[in-house]
Design a protein around this ligand. Sequence first.
Ligand SMILES: [Zn+2]
Length: 135
Amino acid sequence: MTRGRGRPAQFTADARQRFLDEVAAGVRLANAARLAGVHHNVPARHARTDAAFAQALDTAKRRGRAARQDAIPHDESRYNHLKCRCGKCRKAATTARAGRRATTDGQVHDLDAGRKSPTSFLLPLLSSETSRTAA
Ligand SMILES: [Zn+2]
């Protein structure tokens, strides 16, 4: 496709379809535009005047996002961030947690060890209770 100076290449039906196909496949918008042979701002501009294209673009973007998520490997990160609960992700997350736990074993601080008298914060309460009884 040759592009002269001045006016940008027309966003033909073929180019639009190619663009939408790329977006639906998970290609980023700017790259999809380049693959369709148009400047990256052309599709968005076209969507403003072509409601059918705008709608098709929304659908393609949604499919594209899903496609990109599907491409993310099933591991602990997917378990945590995408809430994938498939067998593979569960196993990866469990294994990773177990590994982290094992490395901190023996370094766990006993939270009660340094605590001052556990009754000290109860004293005001107790004394008000006593004064009420006394009254
Ligand atoms: Zn998974």
